[in-house]
Design a protein around this ligand. Structure first.
Ligand code: TYM
Length: 334
């Protein structure tokens, strides 16, 4: 798929480092299918990124296949967008090395995710963890996208990508398009159900709802969701009510209702009715995705066909950008 039309380009990816959760889905992923008619879209599985933290190889292979199936089950039609696996397109690693030489130690040291992950993995603060945002910049810049739809937590990485692109362009002319992050208004930062002051993340499974989780487990997690000590148990958004505000956000993202409508729908009902209602809305949102994922996972040959074709299409675009970069920096062509 060559971008020789007037469509703008969109690109994003998810790490297959654990199971997909509703933060990934209700934040960026649920919006991606809405974009595939309007934009030239590239969606990939960031498997190279996962090994910054130790992975079990067999588990990783399994999760990659599951994530491809989930992308399609969530509505990413492989006939209409390019779906691929990052490690299948060597240009990602190749451009990352070049960009490493245009990324500064100081700016990488300031990345919030680097600080968080090094604190959590104190025995494995590897160089890949440190240069991770540069690989992400390469992922993006290879495809010259206009927009990168992500959740709030990845905004800093898109910003450093812009800085690296501007620095490179400043030396060699307009090689890279400088992309904008695209962050949805509702769902950009889904918080943990058990600790609503921190973001929902697979590393805290008790507060995290996974896409393939059983309905009864989802309901149990929502019924136990941490709220607050408000004696009136009022369903409204407020800074001092992070748990309830988060549940309202999840309900809004799952149903498409506005915050105001939700607050009046549950006015005077208390948390006892509200929490299971949010759980049910999530169960119903996930049901068709779970069924379709299971169906697709039973057809490995189809999934292989999708990611092979995706890698070919992605490689064609990526290698063009890489050739241009190699030429600009002065590498002698083979
Ligand atoms: P990852 O795999 O951690 O997350 C995938 C996407 O889900 C979003 N997200 C959330 N959104 C709302 N609430 C949450 N609790 C929540 N948790 C995660 C993330 O912001 C992200 O959009 N580095 C990236 C993967 C990546 C990438 C890229 C993305 C690699 N190269 C190039 C875009 C472009 C990551 O680890 O996302």
């Amino acid at each position: 798929m060559e971008n020789n039309n007037n469509k703008k380009v969109m690109l994003s990816g998810i790490q297959p480092s654990g199971e997909l959760h509703i933060g990934n889905y209700l934040g960026p992923l649920r919006h991606w299918p809405e974009m595939i008619d309007e934009f030239d879209c590239y969606f990939f599985l960031a498997d190279l990124h996962t090994i910054t933290v130790r992975q079990d190889p067999a588990q990783l292979r399994k999760r990659v296949l599951t994530l491809i199936a989930q992308y399609i089950a969530c509505g990413l039609d492989p006939e209409k967008c390019v779906l691929f696996i990052q490690s299948h397109v060597p240009a990602h690693s190749q451009l990352a090395w070049v960009l490493d030489c245009y990324a500064m130690f100081g700016e990488l040291s300031r990345m919030t995710q680097f600080k968080d992950k090094s604190a959590k993995n104190a025995d494995n603060i590897n160089a890949g963890l440190f240069t991770y945002p540069v690989l992400m910049a390469a992922d993006i810049l290879l495809y010259q996208p206009d927009f990168v739809p992500v959740g709030e937590d990845q905004k800093q990485h898109v910003e450093i990508c812009r800085d690296i692109a501007n620095r490179f362009n400043g030396v060699y002319g307009d090689v890279f398009k400088v992309p904008e992050p695209y962050i949805a208004k509702v769902g950009a930062r889904i918080m943990s159900l058990s600790a609503p002051e921190s973001k929902m993340s697979k590393s805290q499974p008790e507060g995290c709802v996974f896409l393939m989780e059983k309905p009864e487990d989802i309901m149990r997690k929502f019924k136990r969701a941490v709220t607050d000590s408000d004696t009136e148990r009022c369903v409204r958004r407020a800074p001092e009510k992070p748990g309830v505000s988060n549940l309202i956000q999840i309900y809004a993202a799952a149903t498409g209702k506005s915050y105001e409508d939700i607050e009046s729908e549950f006015d005077g009902m208390g948390y006892g009715k509200f929490k299971p209602a949010v759980g049910e809305a999530v169960v119903e949102t996930l049901r068709p995705i779970q069924e379709e994922t299971e169906r697709l996972l039973a057809d490995k040959a189809y999934l292989e066909g999708v990611y092979r074709a995706g890698a070919e299409q992605a490689e064609y675009i990526a290698s063009k950008t890489l050739r241009k970069v190699y030429k600009k920096v002065g590498f002698l062509p083979r």
